[in-house]
Design a protein around this ligand. Sequence first.
Ligand code: PLP
Length: 383
Amino acid sequence: MNYFDYNATHPLLPEARQAWLEAAGQYWANPSSVSGPASRARLHLAECREIWANHFRCRPENVVFTAGATEATNAILAHVARKAPAEARVLLSPFEHPAVIEPALAHFGGRVDFLPQDDAGAVDPGKAEALLEGGGYVLGCLMAANNETGLLQPVARMAKLCQRHRCPLLVDAAQWIGKMPPAQELQADYLTISGHKFGGPRGSGVLILSDCATGFRGRRGGGQEQGRHAGTENVEAISALTAALKAQPSAGWKQSGTDAFMTTLEGAIYRVIGGHQARLPNTLSLLLPRYRATRWLPRLEKHGYIVSTGAACATGKESPSHVLKALGLSDEEASRVIRISGGPETDEALWLGLRAALDTVLAELDDDDEARGLVTVIDPDAL
Ligand code: PLP
């Protein structure tokens, strides 16, 4: 089976599995206790923290281990809302993941503003500046790369703007880590990372704080994570997610397969959302002809290719993707979009195999509907 749904979940990497098992065997004690085994677990936790700190060139104290990106974004929005004056507003890109939009709406309700976007599917920092100048914002949120379209967002420019207007910035980097080379442009007051998007375990993640955001307090309870995020650390998951980070190719994931796939689309009836705009190396959102994506998916799987409709977490929802709507697609068009997301090793041959399978499935669907009398295919020779 050829898996093209890495943006939903990357299979657990062997390195991560190995690290998980070793941690379960060696670092099982509670890292907050005082015994010998506990101090070994504590030491291992510190080593993992150091690796993340080196990756982001931050201080180890600014690394907070979490139970995934959704948990972190919820904790951040709750923290910001707790400290904010009653009239405070937050500024979001229209492409944010529900993990950001939903808690923002829950805490700030009508005081959530959406950033304007340009025609290319990225937010327009120029227009964001006008909003920020008005003042009153206690948080800006801009994801590094969109999970559905793969389109990259101007995080570095947004970070400068937010800094100038003293507005803290939350960057959801769930889809960036691993796929893209380590980057300086990911500057944020709160940077959220999800373990299972790059081969770590589900329910694991990291929050990187800027020096300005060290007053962050997430879950309440014991004094773990320097009192910032209470709860006994999941040492196995932390160990595995750190091993997954270390196993990433230093130059990011391969781009050649998506390039080869895109080349075959010249003049074809499939359209890539966002065209040739800068995007993740592994992700394409494709507008398909004639039939709803939910009809394509089982047939593609039968031919050996697993893809998804929009975002995995939206699968089964009747409402069209808010990301595709923000990009100007109608509800009907949005229902015909599939998300294709390859892995670090997905090569050109696999991408081209998927391309051929699309044509096969289209022919099957046409035949199917013709047989059911839903479409009439006129034989030109019979006229
Ligand atoms: N942000 C983005 C961009 C995502 O793609 C996802 C997962 O789909 C999340 C946040 C949520 O991550 P997690 O599953 O770790 O809660």
